[in-house]
Ligand binder design. Sequence first.
Ligand code: ADP
Length: 245
Amino acid sequence: MKPVLTCRDIKVDFDGFYALKGVNLNVFHEEVRFLIGPNGAGKTTLLDVICGKTRATNGQVIFEGSGQIDKMQEHKIASAGIARKFQAPSIFPKLTVFENLELSVKQKKSVWALLTAKLNSEVKAKIDYILEKINLQNERNREAGELAHGQKQWLEIGMQLIQEPNLLLLDEPIAGMSGVEREKTGYLIHDIAKECSVLVVEHDMDFVRNFSKQVTVMHEGAVLCEGSMAEVQENEQVVEVYLGR
Ligand code: ADP
């Protein structure tokens, strides 16, 4: 199977300190890939390289349909179909849930296109579809600032999804969530993957155990091993550096 994303020998040198020392990673269609590893392993730096926030010192990032993207500007990478949800909130609290999603569509489409009635109805249908996906149908007219923490996170995911990316990058999506919210987020991520591959940085091992199929373990700027959680847990190096058994 051809990957959606390929990272080839990615190195990042921060003034003599190599945060990434030659990372190789493939993410495939309909895949949810969990990226785990101790603090400082280089997980966030790798996401930064993929979305164009940080330039790789060496190596290539190849994205299906766009070719090599590692020299492209951040907004061009986003337009090519790589969405990133940061931990810091980016919703507009005084706008309704619906309006937040509408605004996100407008960022993608041209204003001229939005002025046509046909597209407007298409946009509304798309918003309805996303609202159902993120389980916020009943909150559409609520101010986003009034939502519970988990709902705000789902809205942000919805705001990325509505731009129809091919790859969604998530940085600790369940941080601060209740148990029920975590579980819903786990199912949401797998639902999303039917349309858009997902690369998730996650620290919560219970969540990774429950919701991962493929896991990539990073340590000190390199990939230590890959496989199912059961497989990587058996890897001696992983046990030594990460799981502390
Ligand atoms: P993780 O997300 O796995 O915790 P990071 O990618 O945030 O790891 O960081 C990897 C290493 O790179 C850490 O040692 C961190 O201190 C270092 N680092 C990250 N960003 C910078 C930067 N802008 N300048 C210098 N060092 C950095």
